[in-house]
Design a protein around this ligand. Structure first.
Ligand SMILES: Nc1ncnc2c1ncn2[C@@H]1O[C@H](COP(=O)(O)OP(=O)(O)OP(=O)(O)O)[C@@H](O)[C@H]1O
Ligand SMILES: [Mg+2]
Length: 349
C-alpha cells in the first residue's frame, strides 16, 4: 500500500499502483470496458489526517500501432483533474511510465453503475422513482458543470462525448457521479485521448451525419439515459430487430411502459418521458438546454417531493460542517443553493 496526497493530479508509479491492487489481481478486477480493465485499489491519503481510501484504477489497453502522445495525454489529464464537482467522479491521478500501460486513478464508487443498477438481474434493490429523478438531476448538474468554462480554475468548456448509463456511477449514498470524462475533451479540441467516440444507442444522429459534436449532442445522450431511467430498458438491445435495437428509436415511436419496479406516479412519468423525448429530438434546436432540464426536474422535486433534495449522509454532514447549521430547513435550502451554485462554479468534492 502506498501513501499519496489526493490533490487531483497526482502522478503514480506503475509499481505503486500494482502494490495497491495486489498486482492487478483477478480478485481486484471490478469492471471491464472499451479501453481496458478496472481494478479496485487501496490507498492511503492525507487529508488533515491519514485515511485509507478505495480507488478504481483503469488500465488503458494499448492499441496496436497507436502511439500515445504523452504531451497531449498530460495536457488533457490536467484539464480533467481541474474538474471538481459533486456529480463528477474525481480523477485523482494517473500513471504514464514508458513501456507500461497508461493508468487513470479515480475515486471508487461503491454504489455500482446505473447500467448495472437498472438490470432486472441486478443484485441491488430496484431504484424507486424519486431516486431516478434525483439521479437525472445529478447527471444534468454534472454535465452542465463540464460544459461551462470556469475561469477561476482555468477550466475550459468540456464535452463528455460518452454519456451513457455505464458511465454514471453511484456513491454509497446513491448520489449520481459522471465517470469517464476520460474521452471528454475541450469543446474546441479535435484530439481524442483514449480512443472511443460514443457508444451505440447513445450517439446523436446529427453528429453522426455532420461530424459536428455540440453541447446538444451530450444532451441527446442524456435523453437516452432518461429513457433508460424511465423504462428500465437498455439503450441498445441486440435481441430486437432492426431499428428497434435502439431504445430511443423505439421509445420515440411507441409509448413504452414505465419500469414497473420504480413505481412512477403520473407526474414523474410524464416529466421524464417529456424530457427524454425533447432531449432526443432530431432537430438540435428543439432539444432543451441542461439548465432547462435541471429547472424542470428540480421543480418536480421541490413541488412534489420536497424531501428529495434533502442532503443525505456525506452531503448532509458536509453542508452542516460548512455552514454550521442544524435545522432541517436550513440544510435543505443551503444544499439546494449549493447544487444550483454548482451549475456555475462547481462544488468541491
Ligand atoms: N470509479 C469507479 N468506481 C467504481 N467502479 C468503477 C469505477 N470506474 C469504473 N468502474 C466499473 O468498471 C466498469 C467498466 O468501466 P469502463 O469505464 O472501463 O467501461 P464502460 O464505461 O463500460 O465502457 P467505456 O470503456 O466505453 O467507458 C464500470 O461499468 C464500473 O462497473
Ligand atoms: Mg466508462
Amino acid at each position: 500500500m502506498s501513501a499519496f496526497a489526493a490533490d487531483g493530479s497526482a502522478e503514480y508509479s506503475y509499481a505503486s499502483l500494482s502494490g495497491m491492487t495486489n498486482s492487478f489481481s483477478v480478485q481486484n478486477k471490478i469492471g471491464h470496458g472499451g479501453s481496458g480493465d478496472v481494478f479496485l485499489g487501496q490507498i492511503v491519503v492525507f487529508l488533515g489526517q491519514i485515511e485509507r481510501s478505495q480507488v478504481a484504477i483503469k488500465v488503458i489497453r494499448a492499441m496496436q500501432g497507436v502511439q500515445v502522445d504523452d504531451t497531449e495525454f498530460r495536457r488533457e489529464l490536467n484539464v480533467l483533474s481541474m474538474c471538481r464537482h459533486e456529480n463528477i467522479v474525481p480523477l485523482l491521478g494517473s500513471s504514464s511510465e514508458p513501456g507500461k500501460p497508461l493508468c487513470l486513478v479515480y475515486r471508487y464508487m461503491s454504489g455500482g453503475s446505473l447500467a448495472d443498477r437498472l438490470l432486472p438481474s441486478s443484485s441491488w434493490p430496484p431504484l424507486p422513482a424519486p431516486a431516478r429523478i434525483d439521479i437525472a438531476v445529478g447527471i444534468a448538474l454534472g454535465l452542465h458543470y463540464l460544459h461551462q468554462p470556469d475561469t477561476e480554475r482555468n477550466k475550459p468548456s468540456i464535452f463528455h462525448r460518452d454519456v451513457k448509463s455505464a458511465n454514471i456511477l453511484l456513491d454509497a449514498d446513491g448520489y449520481a457521479k459522471i465517470a469517464d470524462a476520460g474521452i471528454a475533451r475541450e469543446a474546441d479540441s479535435s484530439v481524442t485521448m483514449t480512443g472511443g467516440m460514443g457508444t451505440s444507442g447513445y450517439i446523436d444522429p446529427e453528429y453522426f451525419e455532420t461530424g459536428d459534436f455540440t453541447a446538444k449532442s451530450d444532451v441527446f445522450s442524456y435523453g437516452v439515459v432518461l429513457f433508460e431511467l424511465l423504462t428500465g430498458l437498455q439503450a441498445f438491445d441486440s435481441t430486437q430487430q432492426g431499428r428497434n435495437k435502439k431504445l430511443f428509436q423505439r421509445a420515440r415511436r411507441t409509448v413504452l411502459p414505465a419500469d414497473a419496479r420504480a413505481g412512477f406516479d403520473e407526474m414523474k412519468e410524464k416529466l421524464l418521458r417529456d424530457l427524454a423525448m425533447e432531449c432526443t429530438a432530431e432537430d438540435i434546436d428543439e432539444r432543451p438546454s441542461l439548465e432547462e432540464c435541471i429547472t424542470r426536474l428540480l421543480g418536480e422535486v421541490r413541488e412534489f417531493e420536497p424531501e428529495l433534495v434533502q442532503p443525505t449522509g456525506f452531503a448532509c454532514q458536509r453542508v452542516r460542517n460548512l455552514h454550521g447549521c442544524t435545522s432541517k430547513d436550513e440544510i435543505l435550502t443551503l444544499y439546494t443553493l449549493r447544487l444550483l451554485r454548482g451549475m456555475r462554479r462547481g462544488l468541491d468534492a
